[in-house]
Ligand binder design. Structure first.
Ligand SMILES: Cc1ncc(COP(=O)(O)O)c(C=O)c1O
Length: 359
């Protein structure tokens, strides 16, 4: 009998897309559903960026381009990293990807061997666990504690480091808790990685989405020259989830390997999408402030509303656009609570356990 590969049997999907399918089925049956499950802005791509993409198509920018990305976009990313992280990566370190997600996949492919240990946040973005499992590596989870405002504590990371640790994945601002780690926590993390000679992949997809605090990149310490990999992208703060555009800043050691992965997997990122990306980075940035003002109002409203329900409590997230309420006092499991909300109240949410086992 034919059998699929062992790795393919270990990879898994994302609850967000499963809940979306369930919610859409209810909508087909005529029910009205409020959607809180899929992580994307409820705004359209700014007009000037969309126009740049359309014009690129009209100008026949519809052919293959270099697998690492258009030089114009890589140069714009070089300026962007200098302005936002305070160091200027070399062009050879910058790689354009179709969304941030392939950056997670390809950097992990380049770093992790079967049997290695990979440290990441729990709860955390499910892709890290799925790829760790696919690669035959061991997930080592660092619990995010509510009394530390869901920030990953460097002392907890230290406890989890072993001779087998190969990689620490960090995501700040974080999905799903909205926590934002401090500069000192992230510097400590980078120092630990240095002392233990492990890689760090920093998923900074919400880098421009903070409230009352600032984002800091743990890649600042080695300027992504030795062991840290910076991943960021256009999906969230330019409202471009469907365009599929992200970038990586990688140590020179990894650059050629990543180029080969890209050639083998996707050839290149769509040319017209990249031209839209050039406009996003170099054009008018006021959209982001307007979007964040709106998200802040929504955050305040939802956190206040959740805290007004006696059996719930919710910290005010410092970044991204998620709320992560504590439901312990309801006496329900996470799944019971999510099902109750979907089927009885028409509200689609994700369970905390969709992001990891810690509770
Ligand atoms: C932490 C995190 N990383 C990566 C992604 C995926 O980004 P992209 O759509 O650019 O691949 C998401 C999307 O929800 C996310 O929350």
């Amino acid at each position: 009998m034919v059998e699929l590969s062992k790795g393919s049997q270990r990879i898994y999907g994302e609850a967000a897309f499963e809940v979306l399918a369930k919610a859409q089925e209810l909508e087909r049956q005529g029910k009205s559903i409020l959607h809180f499950e899929i992580g994307e802005p409820d705004m359209e791509t700014p007009e000037h960026i969309a126009q740049a993409g359309c014009q690129a198509i009209q100008k026949k920018k519809t052919h293959y381009v270099p697998s690492v990305g258009l030089l114009e976009l890589r140069k714009a990313v070089q300026d962007e990293v200098e302005n936002t992280r305070g160091y200027r990566p070399d062009l050879e370190q910058i790689i354009i990807t179709p969304g941030l997600k392939p950056g997670i996949f390809f950097s992990m492919l380049a770093i992790v061997n079967p049997g290695d240990e990979v440290i990441y946040q729990d709860p955390g973005y499910p892709t890290y666990g799925s790829v760790t499992s696919f690669l035959g590596a061991k997930p080592v989870l660092v619990p995010l504690k509510e009394d530390n405002e869901f920030r990953m504590n460097p002392d907890d990371i230290k406890e989890k480091l072993s001779k087998k640790t190969k990689l620490i994945i960090v995501n700040s601002p974080q999905n799903p808790t909205g926590s934002v780690m401090t500069k000192s926590e992230l510097d400590d993390l980078a120092e630990l990685a240095e002392d233990h000679d492990v890689f760090v992949v920093s998923d900074e997809i919400y880098s421009k989405m903070t409230y009352e605090t600032k984002h800091y990149s743990p890649t600042t310490r080695d300027q992504a020259k030795q062991r840290t990999v910076l991943l960021d992208g256009f999906s969230k703060y330019y409202a471009m989830t469907g365009w599929r555009l992200g970038f990586m800043v990688v140590p020179p050691l990894m650059a050629q390997r990543l180029q080969d992965f890209l050639v083998s997997a996707v050839s290149c990122t769509a040319a017209f999408t990249q031209w839209a990306g050039v406009e996003a980075l170099t054009g008018d940035q006021r959209f982001i402030d307007a979007m964040m003002k709106r998200f802040k109002e929504k955050r305040d409203r939802i956190v206040k509303g959740l805290n007004s329900i006696p059996s719930l409590s919710c910290l005010s997230p410092k970044g991204a656009f998620y709320a992560f309420p504590n439901i312990t006092k309801t006496g329900m499991t996470s799944q019971e609570c999510a099902d109750h909300l979907l089927y009885n109240a028409g509200v689609a949410v994700l369970t905390g356990t969709a992001f990891g086992p810690y509770r």
